[in-house]
Design a binder for this molecule. Structure first.
Ligand SMILES: *Cc1c(COP(=O)(O)O)cnc(C)c1O
Length: 391
């Protein structure tokens, strides 16, 4: 019974007790195809042997010491992340929201260093940045904010994928210090901006001396077919936040920074007890090793294309299907009506999917998905959508 859990979640009536790759088994022994990966977390699938081994070995050696002391594995992980991202310094925490909190604090310190006493950050409509007070304020979804007023000051909201709107703010406000944006909006409905959008933001930030801060918590660590989604364009941000897939399910997040932004946090200005402890750092190192050695970043790009082509073949022209879009293994199928009930129908058929922004079927399959499994996903999801729309 869940009577003693706070009612934070509207949970589906299923519990899993075992996983292997893309597959999960519930407590009754039924098998499920997991096309959601624990919301873009288990990029290597479930119970990946390399991660399991790394965790078991590290747990037997040392789990935690605190950041009062040096942590070699954390340093090693920071080196790896910096060489993959082009960033210079890394702060480790335990979740996505905390990674964004660090980014927001960096922007505030940066503002104060420039004698801006009430620094503001530009954020987007339909964005999602987390559930802490600052990150829910940054989030562009009233449902996430309602009831938690007073919200945090210092955020200015503009439409996503609209450079002119950012320019307009630049013309009228002189306390802006940063832009915080997802390269692809995940929770907002797999919204992909026009090519050049991020480069455009980079140019505005350069001309105004603002920090360009990217929330890559969902897009990062290979999901879009590059290690980081900004690498599809030629630019380098000042701050990048990452979490979800970094530990394949072991909680770890990071706020990475470059240049002046990397020098903002100093002893006493920020910290967290667990962040980057030996266990989570070891897990993340195993994840990066594995993604690299199995060539999974490229796989995400190739398979994403295959999935999109598959869905276009099977669904385009179907009345009720508005759009099929994606970036690598972040895939959205937008319908013309609310379709939240599809999640339950899919579950009953042994398939895990998600619906976001009310009308968008969202798929976030693991990076280890095979060609054959991709075909199964296209077949099962197409059938589900066709039957739903025919009702
Ligand atoms: C999931 C997510 C977050 C929040 O991460 P938590 O670990 O749940 O705090 C923030 N930003 C984006 C883009 C996300 O997808």
């Amino acid at each position: 019974m869940a009577d003693h859990l706070m009612s934070t979640y509207a949970r589906l009536p299923v519990q899993f007790d075992r996983g292997n790759g893309i597959w999960l088994w519930d407590t009754e022994g039924r098998q499920y195809l997991d096309a959601l990966s624990g919301i873009a977390v288990c990029a290597l699938g479930h119970a990946h042997p390399n991660v399991t081994r790394a965790l078991a070995e590290q747990a037997a050696l040392l789990v935690h010491t605190s950041n009062l002391y040096g942590i070699g594995l954390q340093e090693e992980l920071a080196d790896r992340l910096c060489s993959l991202s082009g960033m210079e310094r890394v702060f480790f925490c335990n979740s996505g929201a905390e990674a964004n909190e660090a980014a927001i604090k960096i922007a505030r310190l940066y503002g104060h260093s420039r004698e801006i006493t009430c620094p503001a950050i530009i954020v987007m409509e339909n964005s999602f940045h987390g559930r802490t007070l600052a990150t829910l304020t940054a989030t562009g979804n009233r449902k996430v904010q309602a009831g938690f007023e007073p919200l945090v000051r210092g955020f200015i909201r503009v439409p996503f994928n609209d450079l002119a709107a950012i320019d307009a703010v630049a013309e009228t406000k002189n306390d802006v210090v940063a832009v915080l944006v997802e390269p692809v909006q995940g929770e907002g409905g797999i919204n992909i901006p026009d090519p050049g959008y991020l480069e455009g933001i980079r140019k505005i930030c350069d001309s105004r001396s603002w920090l360009m801060m990217l929330d890559e918590i969902q897009t990062g660590i290979g999901r879009t077919g590059k290690w980081f989604a900004f690498q599809h364009e030629s630019l380098s941000p000042d701050v990048v936040t990452v979490a979800k897939a970094l530990g394949n399910g072991v909680p770890i997040g990071t706020c990475m920074a470059h240049g002046v932004a990397a020098e903002m946090l100093q002893p006493g200005t920020h910290g967290t007890t667990f962040g980057g402890n030996p266990l989570s750092a070891r897990a993340a190192l195993a994840v990066l090793d594995c993604i690299e050695s199995e060539n999974l970043v490229a796989n995400a790009g190739i398979l994403g294309q295959k999935l999109r082509t598959g869905f276009i073949d099977s669904l385009s022209g179907t009345a009720g299907v508005v759009d099929i879009r994606g970036s690598g293994l972040m895939i959205g199928i937008e319908l013309d009506r609310p379709c939240g009930e599809l999640v339950r129908t899919a579950l009953d058929r042994g398939l895990l999917i998600n619906v976001t922004a009310e009308r968008v079927v969202r798929l976030l399959p693991p990076l280890i998905t095979t060609d054959h499994q991709a075909e199964m996903i296209v077949e099962k999801v197409s059938e589900l959508i066709q039957e739903f729309l025919a009702e």
